[in-house]
Structures are given as structure tokens and as C-alpha cells.
Ligand binder design. Structure first.
Ligand SMILES: C[S@@+](CC[C@H](N)C(=O)[O-])C[C@H]1O[C@@H](n2cnc3c(N)ncnc32)[C@H](O)[C@@H]1O
Length: 220
């Protein structure tokens, strides 16, 4: 079994290869949670949005079309190249910046510098519980008071939970993709010190993937 660092490197190569083989694999339409997040961000008066694990940008481009300024990050250069090409084609490249960033590293942003953070199916990647906590601490650091974090994760009610290769810490690898399946206690732990505004169960795709959409905000 691969150790934590080996697993991370294997996963990064796997995502690079997947986006190369299947450009724009999630389609052009925004995800359902991104539409929710845009409404929540707007209601909170947000202008600057950070997206983590943006992939080829179906959601980052939605935020830009909705008038937000977006910083889109991912550890896949291939996904981000596709995102930039789509931004140019849609004439929103003036509102979208990209940065290659591994969510296990500190965010290259100042404290209290963004209004909203979005991460669809990123925190449930091949990250240890400690790495997830560290990533959420970074999100908290860069959000302004009143800022909102909307994230989604596959949870332990998903059909693939417990299937495939077990890597420990509720991480299972299936079809080459390693997923950390969240239980409710982890969601609650990550919201300590935040206002936990909403936890909503939903499904996506044909499997279907079973996910939670979590909305939490920084108290003013
Ligand atoms: C399930 S995909 C979702 C992509 C995008 N959020 C969407 O829904 O269209 C997960 C994304 O997270 C990225 N990713 C996985 N592990 C990462 C890490 N440690 N740091 C940054 N990005 C990562 C992958 O490259 C991929 O683009």
C-alpha cells in the first residue's frame, strides 16, 4: 500500500492523465452546489471568490459569469489550462485567475483577503484527516469576517464507501481515484469556531455519488 506522500503523487498523475484523456470531463454546465454557492455568496455581499480543486472550471466560470472575481486553484496544470482556454472563449478571462496549488500546502493569499471559498469534491480527495483540518484552517485564515465557505464531500453513505483498496483513515481507492469518505463527526469537527449554516445531502452523476453540501461562515 502506498504511503501518504506516494498516494498524493499517484493521485496527481492520475488527475493529469484523466483531464488529458477527457478534456472538459465534467461538462460546461455549473454543478448544482455552485449555483447554490453563487446565491449564498451574493447574499453575503461577496465579490472575491476562491475555488479550490477547480479542475477544468465548470464552476469557476459560472462564478465569473455571475460577476464575481475568481481565483481558481487545482494541482492539475492540465485542468487549469482547459479552464483558462474556456475563460478566454467565454470572454470572462479578465475576472478569472488560476494558480497551481496543492491543498495540502498553505494558501498563497493574505489573511482576510477573500469573501467566499468554494470546493466541490476536493476535501474528499486523498487527504488525511489532519490534512483536511489544516486545509480548512487555511480557508478560515484567508476569509474575511462574514465570509462563507461552501464545500461538498462524498460521505459514508456513498456506494463506494468501503469498496476497492483501503488506504486507512476512511480513504478508499476505486477505479484509480482515492476518496476520503466523510462521516458527520468530521463535518461537525471542521465547523468548530465557525457558524455551521447548512448541511444538505444530495446526489450527483450516475453512480450516483452521495454527497453533503456544507455551508459555514466566519462569525463577524
Ligand atoms: C472530483 S474532481 C472535482 C473538480 C471540480 N471541483 C468539479 O467539480 O468540476 C477533484 C479535483 O480536485 C483536484 N485535486 C485532488 N487532490 C488535490 C490536491 N491535493 N490539491 C489540489 N487539487 C486537488 C483534482 O485535480 C480535481 O480537479
Amino acid at each position: 500500500m502506498a504511503d501518504e506522500q506516494e498516494l498524493a503523487e499517484i493521485q496527481q498523475r492520475h488527475w493529469q492523465d484523466t483531464y488529458t484523456a477527457h478534456p472538459g470531463m465534467y461538462g460546461e454546465r455549473p454543478s448544482v452546489p455552485a449555483a447554490w454557492a453563487a446565491d449564498v455568496f451574493r447574499a453575503a455581499g461577496a465579490r472575491d471568490v476562491l475555488e479550490l480543486g477547480a479542475g477544468h472550471g465548470r464552476d469557476a466560470l459560472h462564478f465569473a459569469r455571475e460577476g464575481f472575481t475568481v481565483r481558481a486553484t487545482d494541482f492539475s496544470t492540465v485542468g487549469l489550462e482547459q479552464l483558462r482556454a474556456s475563460a478566454r472563449a467565454q470572454d470572462v478571462d479578465g475576472r478569472v485567475g488560476t494558480a497551481v496549488h496543492d491543498v495540502r500546502d498553505p494558501l498563497p493569499l493574505a489573511d482576510a483577503s477573500v469573501d467566499g471559498v468554494f470546493a466541490h469534491m476536493l476535501l474528499c480527495m486523498a487527504l488525511s484527516t489532519e490534512e483536511i483540518h489544516a486545509a480548512v484552517r487555511e480557508v478560515r485564515r484567508v476569509l474575511r469576517p462574514g465570509g462563507v465557505f461552501v464545500y461538498t464531500v462524498r460521505h459514508t453513505g456513498d456506494a463506494h464507501y468501503g469498496a476497492g483498496t483501503a488506504h486507512g483513515d476512511d480513504i478508499y481507492e476505486h477505479g484509480g481515484f482515492a476518496v476520503h469518505f466523510f462521516d458527520r463527526a468530521l463535518v461537525d469537527d471542521l465547523a468548530a469556531g465557525w457558524a455551521l449554516d447548512d448541511v444538505h445531502a444530495f446526489e450527483e452523476g450516475d453512480l450516483p455519488r452521495r454527497l453533503w453540501r456544507v455551508t459555514q461562515s466566519v462569525p463577524r
